[in-house]
Design a protein around this ligand. Structure first.
Ligand SMILES: [Zn+2]
Length: 190
């Protein structure tokens, strides 16, 4: 099936910045149970809006793109998801999701208008009622279109209990890892 996801990278490597929890005014809400090879932080409000969108899809898959920063601190790289763009024009069905060319154009338009300072960090989609994992098709998408060290896949099963609802899959030793927990943080409003 036709699927052409063009991810425009801004810059190449990570930039220096202390992670959430070590920045003034930020604090960790949920450290997750396992730290992936590449820790992935997510702002609480962004995760909540992804979960709302996931539930709104009912029994159909929905998805979108992840944006934020790719940073390093004291020799360790990490990702910081600070925005998500629901891909409203994705074609959704019970067990698969494709991003049409139109949906991708829409995403790039929104990303440039609303988040010009953020990098694309990957994609997310839902598996309503059948668990958090990457299917063969999802692995194909990740390996084909998100094959850079800072591009991840997030899967949400809105019907799972909160602690098992969300997984992030990162690149590790040249392949896609198993699912890890996101590290959820929040920050005081200045
Ligand atoms: Zn999937």
């Amino acid at each position: 099936m036709p699927l052409r996801i063009r991810v425009r990278s801004r810059g190449s490597g990570p930039t220096r910045r202390p992670p959430p929890g070590e920045r003034p005014g930020s604090f960790i809400v949920d450290p997750g149970r396992a730290t992936p090879p590449l820790p992935v932080y997510v702002l609480r409000s962004v995760l909540e809006s992804m979960h709302r969108y996931a539930r709104s899809g009912g029994e159909f898959e929905v998805g979108g793109f992840l944006l934020g920063g790719y940073h390093y601190h004291e020799g360790h790289s990490y990702l910081d998801i600070t925005a998500e763009v629901p891909c409203l024009k994705a074609r959704s069905a019970r067990t698969h999701l494709t991003f049409s060319n139109e949906a991708q154009r829409e995403f790039h338009r929104v990303a440039q208008e609303r988040h010009p300072d953020k990098r694309v960090l990957g994609w997310y989609h839902t598996h309503p009622g059948y668990g958090v994992f990457l299917s063969d098709y999802d692995l194909f998408v990740q390996r084909s279109f998100f094959a850079e060290e800072h591009l991840v896949a997030v899967v949400i099963d809105p019907l799972e209990p909160p602690s098992q609802r969300t997984g992030v899959f990162v690149w590790h030793r040249g392949d896609v890892s198993h699912g890890y927990h996101l590290i959820v943080y929040d920050q005081e409003v200045p």
